[in-house]
Design a protein around this ligand. Structure first.
Ligand SMILES: Nc1ncnc2c1ncn2[C@@H]1O[C@H](COP(=O)(O)OP(=O)(O)OP(=O)(O)O)[C@@H](O)[C@H]1O
Ligand SMILES: [Mg+2]
Length: 198
């Protein structure tokens, strides 16, 4: 099981890294065009996205759109104390940035107020593979699963809507999941939006 997850991760990561810069740009723009008319996107005020790494689909056109629409944009930051969890920091044009231990750019931990994950309206998160039932395979660190584990535990807190972003080539027939994997409300690719019932 662990081995099959590992092999699948390697295979899909290789495929997405092989996309050309032109394909990447086209997918990012198509993704933004698909999402911008969604009611749940229009209504969300506090939105977390990510900066692309390892061939992930880029949410950068979407980030620019959020800024234009006056939405508050946040990026994930590795939590300095809580093991393998994420914090969300405001991200604006010109925000001071640093490289984290994975070489990914993240906002500097200044005296900015830290926003807990449950206080956001909408989170766009990256993934390595997905299936059409809303199951997600990430990079293997368990960061997103730990950060959003409250969604599995307490039915009381609805928390933010979780939407995975991916290239269509990351879709697989059926993903086996573990008890800790947090399901997604939807997945958006350059080719379409998949909606699930959570
Ligand atoms: N809520 C949790 N509490 C404790 N450990 C967890 C939790 N969620 C995941 N983990 C641990 O994290 C490790 C990686 O999990 P998994 O393979 O699902 O990562 P992933 O979903 O690919 O990564 P990510 O969430 O960063 O995208 C597993 O060994 C798992 O035991
Ligand atoms: Mg997982």
């Amino acid at each position: 099981m662990a081995d099959s997850r590992k092999v699948l991760r390697q295979q899909i990561r290789r495929q997405r890294r092989a996309l050309s810069a032109t394909e990447q740009k086209r997918h990012a723009n198509q993704l933004c065009r698909r999402l911008k008319h969604q009611l749940w996107f229009r209504c969300a005020r506090n939105i977390a996205l990510y900066l692309p790494n390892d061939g992930e689909i880029s949410p950068e056109p979407l980030i620019r759109l959020c800024w234009q629409l006056g939405k508050a944009v946040y990026l994930p930051v590795l939590h300095p104390i809580h093991h393998n969890r994420l914090w969300f920091l405001p991200y604006k044009p010109g925000s001071p940035m640093r490289l984290n231990s994975y070489g990914i750019s993240e906002p500097k931990l200044l005296r900015t107020p830290k926003t807990p994950a449950w206080a956001l309206d909408l989170i766009f998160l990256p993934l390595v593979a997905f299936d059409t039932r809303g199951r997600r395979l990430g990079m293997g660190g368990g960061y997103y699963d730990r950060t959003f584990s409250f969604k599995l535990q307490s039915k009381g807190i609805r928390g933010p809507k979780l939407i995975g972003l991916a290239h269509e080539l990351q879709k697989v027939d059926c993903l086996a999941t573990e008890s800790w994997d947090v399901p997604l409300a939807g997945i958006a690719t350059e080719a379409g939006i998949y909606r699930f019932s959570c």
